[in-house]
Design a protein. Structure first.
Length: 107
């Protein structure tokens, strides 16, 4: 399971392309829920240096939404650029490492 939790994909559309490209190969991020997001009710924004760079992938976000929403402190974790093979096969440019977080997806 830790290997899976170390590869949480970030969905980053064209709107975030310049911010994503400006990131170093590894960095820290902060997670923030967006309860008013009209496109995805479990939206978890990924912020680097205080700027949105994308969202936790929609197929994964529901597993973490309530934990992030109910946290009394901002949840942070390491992020990194995806490998070129990740980008070529899935379009994912960033990966997050949730392995050290106190959130665990349902079995």
């Amino acid at each position: 399971m830790p290997d899976i939790l170390a590869r949480i994909p970030v969905v980053a559309g064209v709107a975030y392309r310049e911010r994503v490209r400006a990131l170093p190969s590894s960095f820290n991020i902060t997670l923030a829920v967006e309860p008013a997001n009209r496109y995805f009710r479990h939206a978890i924004a990924v912020l680097a240096n205080g700027e949105k760079v994308g969202y936790v992938a929609p197929e994964i976000a529901p597993n973490y939404y309530e934990t992030v929403k109910n946290s009394s402190v901002p949840i942070a974790c390491p992020g990194r650029r995806a490998s070129s093979i990740d980008h070529e096969t899935s379009g994912v440019e960033l990966l997050l490492d949730f392995s050290a977080l106190a959130v665990v997806p349902p079995a």
